[in-house]
Design a protein around this ligand. Structure first.
Ligand code: TYD
Ligand code: MG
Length: 457
């Protein structure tokens, strides 16, 4: 009998290797290769000639109907999706276990039902009773959501095709699904990929939208949903810090909208609550008279977001001092400290630096540079920054302050939340300062230090 052929698949990136290695050659992950049987695809090897296809014109023959997105009335979710769920689309929501994916999606389907849509929630992880119990706890126990506990992707796909008028189907989670025709265990790359393919195909033919839940684990034991990212239309990440109540839904890929939008939620004992004005929440427990804290007037997608940045500069007893960053980029901090030290004479070498973005937010935009610089200067001089002041602006290697996009929106949000002053880059065209906000526009970090009262303690 012929020996069954196997190959080794990386569970985080899907790379296939003939031999087992400790480190994946594809993505560099360690211990992520798992042996899987090679599936013999019928027809391969029997070189069948292809058929000529007729090409269609890009211009539609008849005027196309505009796509009607299904709005969930959960604004934070709809915004990240680009304005609602597109019929027939496939979405993947990734996130750490326990972050709240099942809770979010259960609340979402219930919202959709109250908006008149038909939905189904397929759980492969929890029993029907467990899902019911959760729905009851959330006060949604009497909503008309179709519920199934299943892990056979063929059965689910058939149900999607046959059930009339189904609008949205949740698959929780894709790692528990399997195709009976495949030998590998559920959760392996081949099963995850094949199940997702089958379910997406069913969705495309029936017009129902599917939303997959995908767990991301650090050790790569379960197939990371990254192998699915190219198969689905939209990829969202649900992130947050377990020690904080905030959860952020972030778009990383979207064929039907922008990807830089975020949705902010708060985990409460009654499930996830939307946070329509996150700035207020992020600044809620701020004490202004502490040295080392600065408020950044940031942007997340189309929405301004004010967050507090905390810095602590302390003498170090280590040969290479600590640089500890939470919520910002490590290498960006290294660049900024080098500029502050070399160009402005701020004494930072030989000192530990701790930097923290309050509330568990992760900041990616370069506009945070000026706020971080201000927080560092304030910590070094041990003088609190001017009260009710926001900061934004990018810092160049020459210590010049560069402009950033959407200054108007940032200033408006700051004025709305009761700030008096903004320290920002010099704009190219004249800016109208919203309702009494004082503007200071340093050309470089050296000028910023002057505005903040110099370096003497
Ligand atoms: P869950 O949705 O099960 O996470 P995931 O599907 O991403 O694994 O959320 C689990 C956590 O959420 C759990 O630790 C408890 C918390 N939680 C609340 O705080 N309040 C609630 O009302 C619910 C339903 C869950
Ligand atoms: Mg879950």
């Amino acid at each position: 009998m012929a020996k069954p052929q196997t190959s080794y698949h990386c569970q985080s990136c899907g790379f296939a290797a003939a031999k087992w290695t400790g480190k994946c050659d594809g993505c560099g992950a360690w211990n992520s290769l798992i042996e899987e049987k090679i599936e013999q695809k019928p027809g391969i090897g029997k070189s069948k000639a292809g058929r000529m296809m007729a090409l269609e014109s890009l211009t539609p023959k008849e005027p196309q109907k505009p796509v009607i997105r299904q709005k969930s009335a959960m604004d934070e979710f709809d915004r990240v999706m680009g304005g609602g769920i597109v019929p027939g689309s496939a979405t993947l929501i990734g996130g750490d276990p326990g972050i709240g994916k099942s809770t979010l999606l259960l609340q979402l389907v219930c919202q959709l039902v109250s908006n008149g849509h038909q939905t189904a929630y397929v759980s492969g992880e929890e029993s029907a009773d467990q899902v019911r119990m959760r729905a009851q706890r959330l006060g949604l126990g009497h909503t008309d959501v179709g519920l199934a506990t299943a892990t056979n992707a063929m059965d689910i796909a058939e149900t999607i095709r046959r059930e009339p008028n189904l609008d949205v189907v949740i698959i929780d989670s894709i790692q528990t699904m399997y195709l009976p025709g495949l030998d590998s265990a559920p959760g392996t790359v081949s099963q995850v990929r094949a199940s997702a393919q089958e379910l997406t195909r069913a969705a495309k033919t029936s017009g129902a939208a599917v939303i997959f839940v995908g767990h991301v684990t650090k050790d790569g034991a379960i197939a990371g949903p990254r192998v699915l990212e190219h198969m689905v239309d939209t990829v969202l990440y649900f992130e947050g810090d377990r020690s904080h109540h905030f959860r952020i839904l972030r778009g990383v890929k979207n064929r039907f909208g922008a990807t830089d939008e975020i949705g902010v939620f708060e985990m409460t004992e009654n499930g996830l609550q939307q946070v329509p004005n996150p700035s207020e929440l992020f600044l809620a427990d701020r004490t202004e008279s502490v040295a080392g804290t600065a408020v950044l007037a940031g942007m997340e997608g189309t929405r301004p977001l004010l967050v507090e940045i905390e810095a602590l500069v302390a003498p170090s007893s280590l040969a290479s001092p600590r640089r500890n960053v939470v919520g910002w980029d490590n290498s960006r901090l290294a660049m900024l400290t080098a500029v502050l030290e070399a160009r402005c004479g701020v004494p930072l070498s030989g000192r530990d630096i701790f930097l923290n973005v309050a509330g568990g937010m992760k900041i990616q935009e370069p506009a945070a540079d000026m706020a971080v610089a201000a927080a560092l200067i304030s910590s070094v001089t041990d003088r609190p920054l001017p009260q009710r002041t926001v900061f934004f602006g990018e810092v160049a290697l020459s210590a010049e302050i560069r402009q950033v996009a959407q200054a108007d929106a940032r200033l408006k949000e700051a004025a709305k939340l009761g700030f008096d002053q903004a320290i920002m880059p010099k704009p190219r065209k004249k800016l109208a300062s919203p309702s009494g906000l004082g503007l200071a526009q340093p050309a470089s970090l050296i000028e910023l230090i002057e505005i903040l009262g110099g370096l003497s303690e």
